[in-house]
Design a protein around this ligand. Structure first.
Ligand SMILES: NC(=O)c1ccc[n+]([C@@H]2O[C@H](COP(=O)([O-])OP(=O)(O)OC[C@H]3O[C@@H](n4cnc5c(N)ncnc54)[C@H](OP(=O)(O)O)[C@@H]3O)[C@@H](O)[C@H]2O)c1
Length: 391
């Protein structure tokens, strides 16, 4: 039995991780669960898996949790310190990083520091602090295994190949719900429309990121750090069917692609079982009825977030952390109905342009850039929200 700690167990990825745990009885023991505020779902998970420790975002959430479930000897942590305790528990053989956003950075980094293998869904952590995370994993010998379906695909295509053999990584993207929507109507896009993803069922933040194509931009940065390939050798193709999860073109002209159904349980199982290969608990692709696959380049004018991510990666230092923090703030503001969809890239550009990038020598530098960007973003967002209300 391998001990597993899950950061973000109550989310979309976290729930799928637990479905994999259920599908392979006797393989995993759930040691720690970290969540934010969804104490009802966490209470159900505690009752079922009886971990050693759990963590929630606030003291109020911890009190509510104690009312909902018999905790017995299970300890309950709070906030960042609680999530770090879950991520570094001595009995955790692997940590699944599936919290959303910057909140996952410190616990995931501490897991790598403690030499834990990390199965990573929480791409924002690599965007913010890719070099520090990859260096830390190298120092401690921890493995960093991708859960993102595109990076899982690249991991499989690159198996045993050297970076100098790679001509190009090709990340595929569904194109999101506005793939064919005219740009003139983008300022009327509602949160409900943006949350209606055509092929994947995911958490709210990543679904909006998919609609703006920022998700693909974050994935370009993630791929750079995971596989050591420069940004100019990473491209993006719109592939509406989401069957090819990504491809690698090698210097000899060969292209390897990985195909599969759109179900996060497959990449999660890959990361949790690697380097073993286990029989999947779900049906595979059915080519029997015929299948058409199409690919075309993204429209960077309609989806400027993609270009902003490439720009942040090229400039490096603290700029990707600024891109990430501003995006998180802007997406939350859009979901709250305060700014139009089109303001998301505008605010990110504004804050990036105001930022003098600095080198990231330690985690504190990353957190400082994150705090600075959030302050700037909130100012820019409230100006836009006020203008929208006509005040
Ligand atoms: N969903 C997918 O299919 C998918 C695919 C590839 C990559 N990813 C990436 O995986 C990550 C998670 O995505 P998701 O779709 O699963 O998001 P989600 O459904 O919104 O879940 C987010 C998780 O983070 C937790 N969380 C929030 N604040 C926290 C805090 N302060 N401390 C600890 N945990 C906290 C949430 O807890 P509460 O709900 O309890 O507040 C929840 O468990 C994102 O980085 C996303 O980009 C997702």
């Amino acid at each position: 039995m391998k001990g597993l700690s899950i950061l973000g167990s109550t989310g979309s990825v976290g729930a799928n991780v637990l479905r994999i745990v259920d599908a392979f009885p006797g393989r995993f023991e759930v040691v720690g669960l970290a969540a934010g505020n969804n104490v009802h779902r966490l209470a159900e998970q505690i009752a079922r898996y009886r971990p050693r420790l759990v963590s929630v975002a606030t003291a109020e959430a911890a009190q509510e949790l104690a009312r909902l479930v018999d905790l017995g000897r299970i300890s309950v942590g709070v906030g960042e310190a609680g999530a770090v305790a879950v991520a570094t528990h001595p009995e955790a053989w692997m940590v699944v990083a599936s919290a959303v956003g910057a909140v996952g950075l410190v616990p995931t980094y501490r897991a790598l520091e403690a030499g834990k293998d990390v199965a990573l869904a929480n791409k924002e952590t690599l965007v913010m602090a890719g070099e520090l995370m990859v260096d830390k994993a190298r120092q401690t010998g921890a493995r960093l295994l991708p859960i993102d379906s595109e990076h899982c695909a690249l991991h499989q295509c690159l198996d045993g190949r050297k970076p100098e053999e790679v001509r190009k990584l090709v990340l595929t993207a569904s194109g999101g719900p506005f793939r064919e929507r005219p740009r003139e109507s983008f300022d009327r896009i509602t949160p409900e429309e943006a949350l209606n993803h055509p092929t994947w069922n995911m958490g709210r933040k990543i679904t909006i990121d998919s609609a703006t194509l920022m998700n693909k931009g974050l994935e370009v940065i993630e791929a750079h750090w995971l596989f050591g390939i420069p940004g100019e050798h990473i491209s993006v193709l719109i592939h509406p069917q989401s069957v090819v999860h990504s491809m690698v073109e090698f210097v000899d002209g060969t292209v390897l692609a990985q195909l599969g159904v759109t179900d996060m349980r497959l990449p999660i199982q890959y990361a949790l079982s690697h380097p073993e290969v286990w029989e999947a608990a779900i049906p595979g692709l059915d080519f029997g009825q015929g299948m058409s696959l199409s690919f075309h380049p993204p429209d960077r004018e309609r989806f400027p977030c993609l270009g902003l991510a490439y720009r942040a990666l090229a400039r490096g230092g603290s700029l990707p952390a600024v891109l990430n923090a501003t995006n998180e703030e802007a997406v939350a503001s859009f979901l709250d109905g305060k700014i139009p969809f089109t303001a998301i890239p505008e605010v990110i550009l504004e804050v990036m342009e105001a930022h003098p990038p600095a080198p990231l020598r330690a985690l504190e530098d990353v957190l400082q850039a994150d705090t600075w960007a959030r302050e700037q973003a909130r100012l820019a967002l409230s100006r836009r929200a006020a203008a929208r209300l006509g005040c």
